[in-house]
Design a protein. Sequence first.
Length: 273
Amino acid sequence: MEQVERLQAIVWPGSDLDVVPGHIMLTAAHNGGLVLGAFEGETMVGMLFGFVGLYDVPDGPRPKHCSHQMGVLPDARDSGIGFALKRAQWQMVRKQGIDRITWTYDPLMSRNGRLNIGRLGAVCNTYMRSLYGEMRDGLNVGLPSDRFQVDLWVNTHRVERHMSDKPLPILTLAECEAAGVQVLYQVDARADFVRPPTSFDVPGGALLLVEIPPDFLKLKDADFNLARDWRFFSRDVFETCFSAGYLVTDFIFEVTGDRPRSFYILTYGDATL
């Protein structure tokens, strides 16, 4: 638990008050929660912490697993550690007989979108404004803490396919174009930092394509006002789409020319669940 505390301080620097204490995690782990670590030798390079919660259905409250934190050391990212931690979490929650895992993340973080939606098979139709209020850590300071709450439906065929050791085919922009996916707005992909447009089309297709910055943290460091513009524009986009009956079901990361680009795929209706 001490290693988990230290890893949190590295991944989310700037505020010791935001580190979950070891005794809290230990208590959760002894009462149905999970604390997982990924190691290289004796060194912890990744961690995951979650606990049992409740959600409401017409028959009354049902248990779910609330996944609170996952972090990987900067030098160990993009090596499959995040997927391995989430897959282990999914396996253990399934053995507990719980059918839903929820967690939150910043929808403008392309790396997290690729993992959570594209790789793990989570879906989302819940946008939460300023969920954590004013955050003090180095990753989040200064911007409204808007978040997606995603759902991983543990026992679905969709999630089982995504959690397989065999990678799924990667969706491409060309395939979206061939399928007639509605592009909700256009950005200048040639710019060093893409800017949000002033408006977007009314969602009406069976599938939607929504572009976000490929590296939001880099954009924020370079131009804070532009990052703030993206926060409020994307808030309007996702709230509009979710209220119209769409949910996020896939993610595309693709290099066009020498420029990386990131897109969410939104699907009308909940048939994919």
